[in-house]
Ligand binder design. Structure first.
Ligand code: ATP
Ligand code: MG
Length: 606
């Protein structure tokens, strides 16, 4: 391809909002242009790289037997109402109405669309398992689109969905997907950190996220310095670090006028947060956990949101306890309650339930709601805690003597320096960006949307489901994040928009003839080649070649053509040194090199 005949508008300057390398470089290399906030056009060079990533994903999906479909991007609102996500998605989902007034959704993800399809086609266990995928446009009305295509509003996701007669089949596909994801990222030249992830309230037993380390990452990863434990902070666990139990002293109410927060309490009582119990009241919606028999829950009614759905409590309140120097992990609390949605209770509810102003809640005598305590509390034998009355606290509160929670479990937000739950090593934190996610979804969608099949015994059953996503744009941008220098992109061969670029020093005479000939020969050998035929100074062409980052660069100049066998200069974008190749053998040598490198890569990932 001649540069003059394609459209690669390179730039020196960068837009003010391009704060990360990939955004700057994708703009400067003429790969993308912004149409509006969160909406990007891929130009020819960007699209070529995009298609490479897409194709790697497609090959690996096909290799594990996933079947590609192309559903519409627009989905009927109806199916989102069936699944219960019409409300739950909130403003992130873009909605529209057609001329007949029917609700439509611009798909932000497609569990509903695939499940509706499967519902209509599935009848027998013989059709299972089903593993389907698409590589298709998604729209999410992200509050703050940023970092270029890393977090756009419109983006392309590979999303796969699997349906199984039982958990064993789901497990098998989930494992195969995990292996396919590792190959995909490896082939793209991406160093990913697979982490254990929160599987959400309705989730089944497994969820793994594929993260790339990034200072702008939205996720906190917890890693062990001694073993390979790695988890999203939402999921991370740690070994308990109970201090030695303190001596038991009689429970003592004390006046604490206006002292509401742990910090104020520590100052007022000359104590440390480690010696206080934090009590937080949460409002919980759609909890599936059976709370009959729990304090304050007598008479609460459960209901089904769909015929096959489990019974849930529309709304309940719980108190969560944790040692004062630690924080409640709300994802863990939601998981324990099997609830999709929890939030701190409003002040009026706190006052109503605790009989005290906000800031004086505590477990002693608290019977109006279930108390769920983090394990850290079980070792506290001489703690300060709210006394359920204005301006009052207790000191010397002892777990087991003065109160017993309804449930004791892990609710703690793990931090750096906590101990690894697997080996006891020291944990540390990294910031990461999610590139992909594999997820055992369980029965959430198949139940709520009424999917059934007949098993071997002719009995109607609900299939279990998995979902598996990768952001194509984000993966592409992440490749650039990982592979660039101050001059530009350094494409890994497998995703490079072109594999070779020919830079004639000036595009006339014998130089032009050699450059043209090499282009034809390289293309004939299957090397994707760009010929910079522009009438520009060599410096401009070299800078652009470095900026757009094509792996192999061939410079054709008068000097090397004259005297003896004509030669051209060959250089890897990633290396500093170059070598001279004889023109008659150049194309074959380069093609051989390319084949060798691609074979080597294949060996590494298979
Ligand atoms: P995030 O927490 O980053 O918003 P998510 O948890 O919402 O991601 P999923 O719903 O699991 O993401 O979507 C699957 C994949 O789609 C993500 O791993 C990511 O690669 C990609 N993705 C999600 N949102 C965006 C976006 N706004 N722009 C580009 N890619 C995205
Ligand atoms: Mg998101």
């Amino acid at each position: 391809m001649h540069v003059s005949q394609t459209f690669i508008p390179t730039r020196r300057e960068v837009p003010a909002d391009a704060v990360i390398a990939s955004h700057r470089l994708m703009f400067r290399a003429g790969m993308i242009r912004k149409l509006a906030n969160g909406l990007f056009a891929y130009l020819p060079l960007g699209l070529r790289a995009f298609r490479k990533v897409e194709q790697i994903i497609r090959e690996e999906m096909d290799a594990i037997g996933a079947l590609e479909l192309k559903p519409p991007v627009m989905a009927p609102g109806e199916i989102w109402k069936e699944s219960g996500r019409w409300e739950a998605m909130g403003d992130a989902m873009l909605r529209a109405q057609n001329r007949a007034g029917a609700d439509l959704v611009v798909s932000p993800t497609a569990e509903e669309a695939f499940t509706a399809l499967v519902r209509d086609e599935l009848s027998s266990y013989r059709q299972l398992p089903l593993l389907l995928y698409q590589i298709n446009t998604k729209y999410r009305d992200e509050l703050r689109p940023r970092y270029g295509v890393m977090r756009g509003r419109e983006f392309v996701m590979k999303d796969a969905y699997s349906y199984h007669a039982g958990e064993a089949g789901l497990d098998e596909t989930y494992q195969a997907m995990g292996r396919a994801y590792r190959r995909i990222f490896k082939r793209c030249g991406l160093s990913v950190i697979p982490v254990r992830a929160d599987s959400g309230a309705m989730g089944g037993s497994g969820s793994e996220e594929f993260m790339v380390e990034s200072v702008i990452g939205d996720n906190t990863l917890i890693l062990c310095n001694a073993c390979d434990y790695a988890a999203n902070v939402e999921k991370a666990a740690c070994r308990p670090d109970h201090p030695d139990p303190a001596a038991l002293l009689p429970l003592e109410p004390i006046d604490t006028p206006g002292v509401k927060t742990i910090e104020e309490l520590c100052v007022f009582l000359q104590t440390t947060a480690k010696d206080c119990i934090k009590t937080l009241i949460y409002r919980v919606r759609q909890a599936e956990l059976d709370l009959s028999g729990a304090p304050g829950c007598a008479g609460l009614l459960r209901r089904k949101n769909a015929p096959d759905a489990p019974e849930v409590y529309p709304e309940v309140f719980v108190a969560a306890l944790i040692r004062g120097d630690l924080d409640i992990n709300e994802a863990k609390l939601a998981g324990v309650l099997k609830a999709p949605e929890i939030a701190l209770a409003a002040d009026v509810d706190v006052v109503r339930l605790t009989g005290a102003p906000v800031g004086f809640a505590g477990p002693v005598g608290l019977r109006s709601l279930p108390v769920i305590a983090d394990e850290s509390v079980s070792a506290m034998t001489c703690a300060v805690t709210g006394a359920l009355a204005a301006d009052r606290h207790y000191r010397h509160t002892a777990y087991g003597r003065d109160f017993s929670p309804w449930m004791l479990t892990d609710l703690r937000t793990v931090r750096a320096k906590d101990r690894c739950p697997v080996c006891g090593g020291e944990l540390y934190e990294k910031k990461g960006n999610e590139l992909g996610h594999i997820f055992k979804l369980g029965y959430k969608y198949t139940r709520s949307m009424g999917v059934h099949f007949l098993d071997e015994n002719g009995k109607a059953r609900v299939p279990v489901m998995g979902s598996y996503g990768i952001g194509v744009d984000r993966a592409l941008a992440s490749v650039i994040e990982e592979h660039h220098d101050e001059r530009g992109i350094i494409w890994p061969l497998a995703v490079a928009p072109y594999q070779a670029v020919i830079v004639p020093i000036k595009y006339t005479g014998p130089v032009k003839a050699t450059a043209d000939r090499l282009t034809v020969e390289l293309e004939a050998q299957g090397v994707e080649t760009l010929l910079d035929d522009r009438d520009e100074r060599p410096g401009v062409k070299f800078n652009d070649a470095d900026l757009i980052g094509i792996p192999y660069r061939i410079v054709v100049g008068d000097k090397n053509l004259s005297g003896g066998v004509p030669k051209v200069e060959f250089k890897h974008r990633k290396d500093t040194g170059s070598q001279l190749l004889e023109v008659p053998k150049a194309a074959e040598t380069i093609a051989g090199l390319l084949r060798g490198e691609l074979t080597q890569l294949r060996r590494e990932y298979t």
